[in-house]
Design a protein around this ligand. Sequence first.
Ligand code: C2E
Ligand code: MG
Ligand code: MG
Length: 609
Amino acid sequence: MRTTTGVDPGQHGGGQPDARESAVQTSADGASSEGFAVPGFDAVVRLVSRSLNVPLVALVLHGGTAYWFANGSALPPHGSRVLHPLYMDAARSLEPLVVLDTQADDRFKDVTPAPGASSGPVRFFASEPVCSLTGQQIGALCVMDLAPRVELSEHELTSLRDAASLIGAGVVLRSYLGRTDPITQLPHRYAFFDDLRRHFQDAAPLAWVIAIDVAPVQRFNAFIRAMGHAYADELMRAVAQRTLAWLPPDTRLYQVGASRFAAVLPDRHVEADTTRLDDLVARLREPFDCLGIPLTIQPGVGLLKIGENELRGGDPLRLVMNASYAAQHSVRGWAVYDRQQDELQRQEFFLVTELAAALTDRTELDLHYQPRVDLDSGRCVALEALARWHHPTLGLIPPSRFIALAERAGLMRSLTQWVLEHGVAQLAAWRRKGHDIKLSFNVSSTDLGADLVNRVQQVAERHKVGLDSLELEFTENTLMEHSATTRRHLTAIRQLGAGIAIDDFGTGYSNLSALRQMPATSLKIDQSFVRGMGTSRHDEAIVRSVADLARSMGFRVVVEGVETDHLYDSVLAMACDEAQGFHIARPLPPADVLPWLTTHQGMPSRRVV
Ligand code: C2E
Ligand code: MG
Ligand code: MG
């Protein structure tokens, strides 16, 4: 415990508690509110005032709000708004503080009473930290007297400590009752709705709701995992403070989610000046210094214009969350609610739920297989497994839609596992029937972890299929994005004997030296160039030179998107090894593959050209 003597909380005027004058709350931001609605708060204050025999008690919160009591009663509004730093130090220190005589302390002995205070300066001051049940500091309980003390007995100290504990528990209880967040002390979601309703009752036809997301949920959870809850709490308080400093005077800020704030702005405020929003984003993008560790957040500011009718039965917070979510991923950092975007997000959510169910207990997913033909022999040497989703009410959903969705929803690994299991089981059945074919799979960037090697190996072993009859296709960008670690995993896969293809080559941004280092076995030239060959000499030149280059680098060259016999003949004349496309066969449902393999006569090949 720090024990010192000498303080005058009244020096800056704001904190000076005057026993005769009555004040309720002063706050650092100038806002005032009706009393402190902690259950039993007044009773605890009276108890502490009596057992320590002090006329003045104050609860000073971390954010700078103070609740004053004189002789056990709450005081009416105090004129001054700035708290003496002593109170703020106490509110933010985990150490109790006892100042037996403020006049005997060098730091405080020149302090005079606040202007207008008719009583003398505070001579005795003691404070005890107030913490929530989870140990986060909320503020400090301060007791004061106009006369100095010689000592503070153990009994009195214990009373002060107990009172602070009771208030801490009460603050948490209050937050359970739905009014205030125990960490930031900001009003909660229910208070937000009450106030929004009141806004319309006051005859304002419109309002802007603003929501501030501190960071995408995943990232915020990562903060907590890495830095702990105390750090995240401190960050929330700091973001709240910056936002409060930006908000128009007398505007309340609400904590409406673990990492989200909201406020109601008057109609004119937003429409008048959008540069103000740029300013808010710029302020929030400035690094925060929390507990001595700097951190930059990824804020998203969402806005929603709302009338009273929309409030009835609607959920403005859900709507504005859509805007703040979109804003987090935008350059500008703020966005106005967009109904179309909202509809897309709702559909996406619905699809994600459906896809997750389809992956576990339904029979809506399917694989189709598209033949790949060797240009030397004209025979089918491989099949590419392509996922299909037949939704019971929405019909066939193309992979271009659900693959990206699975990526965003974290379902990609399950999807790839499903494709591997079903594809390899199917391949094993065809090989048992004497068809010497390989199977290629599309694998996404999220699959590219160390365990991919094991997953592929286990599936192959389970179905007794040699790894040399499997090939994994990665898009060009996936391979280039993860170069160093990717290369290690791919090398391990190669060492097991499985092939690796660079898919959609030409659509990405690979450089030649990275390409040379990739342990890939084949390179698939993207269908956009191949299709363009019919009409563009440019595209023909691209396909020809990419094929030459890839061959000379040791890759097997596969041409995708061969739709016509003319295109087929063109690639036959180039340095290409395999062709794939609608001209040869469309992706086939599993039941059609065997008939196709057994009846297909073979494509024109170099052998007969
Ligand atoms: P991709 O891997 O490049 O597969 C080739 C796509 O081109 C397939 O589309 C195929 O149906 C289509 N295609 C083949 N030949 C022709 C042609 O001659 N003309 C035209 N216009 N298109 C042709 P699909 O099945 O719609 O798949 C689209 C993409 O979705 C795939 O491109 C692949 O990137 C991804 N995908 C499909 N299944 C899976 C999967 O199981 N896992 C992952 N990660 N991605 C998948
Ligand atoms: Mg592919
Ligand atoms: Mg492709």
